[in-house]
Design a protein around this ligand. Structure first.
Ligand code: AMP
Ligand code: MG
Length: 328
């Protein structure tokens, strides 16, 4: 299959045409690029799983352009869910609610709940509107690989596997949406993101952050390996351990690289490194592009520990998974 990469109005029109004949299209969002299909078309949704090589028990998120389609998709919107949606949507958050009968089980991986997201990215919303149907989508990477934050990243994983990539430039947020389960008594964060627990607690009073063991695959990265670069990756607890790990790896004949904040990069002398920037937002926006670049130029990736709370806490949630939890 030939994979087109297109920009602008024509891309949206072509994308919507493909969605409406049951094809799969990659599109930009503020979090990461998505791999979309008509949420009501079983055969189209199955193509997403095929293109990604994704296990079918990992659910997809249903993307909407505005709240006009919301009530078709869920059975009941609680007062708390209304508050969350009013405060944070459109934006980088997915809200899990009880699904209605018309949402196919292949979208929700057999669950009786559905994840709803309204992206803030204008291209994403214009595309979904043009499709005239809710768009089911996971991230547009091959299963277990790093999530794409540019059309070029998508092309690398999906060339020949899908008919079209809509190029909307770099993703502004850079990591996947916060997933908030509102189908249970206490709202629970299943996956941290740029909308943090602190931000949610401010409007909800309390949210549970995810802890404990999972039996059903409720959120990504709990059951499967995720966000993994092509080579060994470790987290260094500080600049000193990053340098030590680098020098050891180099001594053993590896080609290491350090991914770190600007402050730390200033201490690395002529060791190969990738600068994530300084602010939380910059670090979040740059992390996946950095991992993509790192796996190309090195065979051993050392990422500095970036913090435990706020946006950097969410970034570290992904990096820890990239590293398979390995800290040096
Ligand atoms: P991705 O961001 O590529 O991993 O794809 C969407 C993710 O949203 C899935 O991995 C799910 O874990 C999460 N998700 C979607 N729907 C649900 C749901 N009903 N319950 C829990 N998590 C969900
Ligand atoms: Mg993903």
């Amino acid at each position: 299959m030939h994979t087109l990469v297109m920009k602008g109005k024509d891309a949206l029109k072509k994308g919507a045409e493909l969605i409406n004949v049951g094809e799969v299209v990659a599109f930009p969002t503020e979090t990461v690029y998505g791999l979309g299909a008509d949420a009501f078309n079983d055969a189209a949704v199955k193509k997403i799983f095929e293109a990604k090589g994704r296990p079918s028990d990992n659910p997809l998120i249903v993307h909407i352009a505005d709240d006009s389609r919301l009530h078709e998709l869920v059975t009941d919107v609680s007062e708390e869910a209304k508050i969350v949606m009013k405060t944070f949507m459109p934006g980088p958050i997915t809200v899990i609610m009880k699904k209605s009968d018309i949402v196919p089980l292949c979208v929700t991986a057999g669950l009786d709940t559905v994840g709803i997201r309204m992206p803030s990215n204008e291209t994403a919303r214009a595309f979904i509107k043009e499709c005239g149907t809710p768009v089911a989508a996971p991230s547009a990477n091959r299963s277990t690989h790093i999530s794409p934050t540019s059309a070029a990243d998508v092309f690398e994983d999906m060339n020949g596997r899908i008919p079209l990539i809509i190029d909307g430039g770099d993703s502004q947020v850079g990591i996947e949406s916060t997933i908030l389960d509102m189908s249970t008594d206490v709202p629970t964060i299943l996956r941290p993101g740029a909308i943090t627990a602190e931000m949610l607690a401010r409007v909800l009073g309390a949210v549970k952050t995810f802890s404990g063991k999972v039996v059903v695959a409720k959120a990504p990265g709990m059951k499967y390996k995720h966000y993994a670069p092509a080579c060994e990756t470790v987290v260094a607890k500080d600049a000193e351990s990053a340098i030590a790990a680098y020098d050891t790896a180099e001594g053993e004949g590896h080609t290491p690289v350090i991914i770190a904040t600007s402050g730390t990069c200033g201490l690395l002398e002529n060791r190969t490194h990738i600068d994530l920037g300084s602010s939380d937002e910059e670090i979040c926006r740059n992390i996946y592009a950095a991992l993509h670049r790192a796996e190309k130029i090195a065979d051993f990736i050392i990422c500095e520990h970036l913090g435990d709370s706020g946006i950097c806490g969410s970034v570290m949630n992904r990096v820890m998974k990239s590293a398979g939890g390995k800290v040096v």
